[in-house]
Ligand binder design. Structure first.
Ligand code: FES
Length: 118
C-alpha cells in the first residue's frame, strides 16, 4: 500500500508537493477556461486592430463590398485605376497616392492599363 487514498495520485515532486486527483479536478477546468478566455480576448483584440487599419476610409461605405467592372472595349487606349483608396475620383487615380505615400511612408501607386504602343 502506497499510503494514498483512492482519490489521490502517486505524483510527488522532488519538492514534496503532492498532486492529487482533487487538484486535477479543479486545475483542468480552470486551465481550459483560461485558455478559452485567452483565445477569445486575443481574437477580440486582433479584430479591433484590423478595424483600425481599414484600407477604405470613405468610398461607398454603405455598400457591403466595393466592386467596379469595365468592359475592355470601353477602356479606350489608357485607363489609370486607383489602388490606394484615397482618390476622390475612385476607381480612377487622381494622384492622391502621392500625398498618402508622403504622409505614411507607403509606396502605393495606380494600376495603368493601356494598349501596347504600335
Ligand atoms: S489616387 Fe490612388 S493610386 Fe492614385
Amino acid at each position: 500500500r502506497l499510503g494514498f487514498t483512492s482519490l489521490q495520485m502517486a505524483a510527488v515532486s522532488s519538492s514534496g508537493f503532492r498532486l492529487t486527483k482533487e487538484h486535477l479536478v479543479v486545475a483542468v477546468p480552470v486551465a481550459v477556461v483560461a485558455a478559452a478566455g485567452g483565445f477569445l480576448v486575443s481574437r477580440y483584440l486582433n479584430r479591433r486592430s484590423c478595424q483600425k487599419g481599414l484600407v477604405n476610409t470613405f468610398i461607398s461605405k454603405d455598400s457591403p463590398k466595393v466592386v467596379h467592372s469595365f468592359d475592355m472595349e470601353d477602356i479606350g487606349t489608357k485607363a489609370v485605376y486607383c489602388r490606394c483608396w484615397k482618390s476622390k475620383k475612385f476607381p480612377y487615380c487622381d494622384g492622391s497616392h502621392a500625398k498618402h505615400n508622403e504622409e505614411t511612408g507607403d509606396n502605393v501607386g495606380p494600376l495603368i492599363i493601356k494598349k501596347r504602343d504600335a
